[in-house]
Design a protein around this ligand. Structure first.
Ligand code: NI
Length: 184
């Protein structure tokens, strides 16, 4: 099914969108740039994307994870335990530190699975916010990792793709096994 056709997929009773699980091929596809003509779609998508992320709970969710092939992601790492929602439309990493940082990552599309991922410790990201304003973010720490993880989703890249093939396959097999057991 074409990812872009799922924008109007019916949410559940709570208005939440179903999250696609690896190895769904939609998660491997590159999402397309949001255009002005997508404004109504994005406006409708954002509250559902936030609700789905907070309910999971998660600190980031990209549109492809709910079957929407647009370059949109929401992030909230809740610094100091308070909500700090950030809408990233057409985000682009325009600068990255030479310094790297390794942290354990998980993903709502690979529930219960974790792996150590190494990325630039600081990044500068240009994006459009929900009001249509162009913004630049300087991120470090958890926020830097989270934003890079979500931008990866827009390029069809999962955190396991940063791991060795051995570790990646181990995680994907474990996920498949756990999902089979749950389905029984
Ligand atoms: Ni993820």
């Amino acid at each position: 099914m074409s990812s872009a056709t799922l924008v109007d997929a019916p949410p559940d009773e709570a208005g939440l969108l179903p999250i696609l699980m690896a190895p769904d091929p939609v998660l491997k596809a590159r999402a397309r740039t949001v255009r002005d003509s997508d404004a109504a779609t994005v406006r409708k998508l954002l509250p559902r994307l936030y609700a789905t992320m907070y309910a999971a709970p998660g600190i980031g969710l990209a549109a492809p994870q709910v079957g929407v092939g647009l370059r949109v992601a929401v992030v909230d790492v809740q610094p100091d335990g308070k909500r700090a929602p950030m809408t990233l439309i057409n985000p682009e990493v325009i600068g990255a530190s030479a310094e790297l940082a390794t942290r354990e990552e998980g993903c709502l599309s690979l529930p219960g699975q974790f792996g150590d991922v190494t990325r630039p410790a600081q990044v500068r990201v240009r994006y459009t916010d929900e009001t249509g304003a162009e913004r630049t973010l300087e991120a470090e720490g958890l926020l830097a990792a989270c934003v890079q993880h979500e931008i990866d989703h827009l390029d069809g890249v999962l955190f396991v793709d940063h791991l060795s093939p051995l570790k990646r396959n181990m995680i994907l097999r474990r996920l498949a096994k756990e999902r089979r057991q749950k389905a029984r």
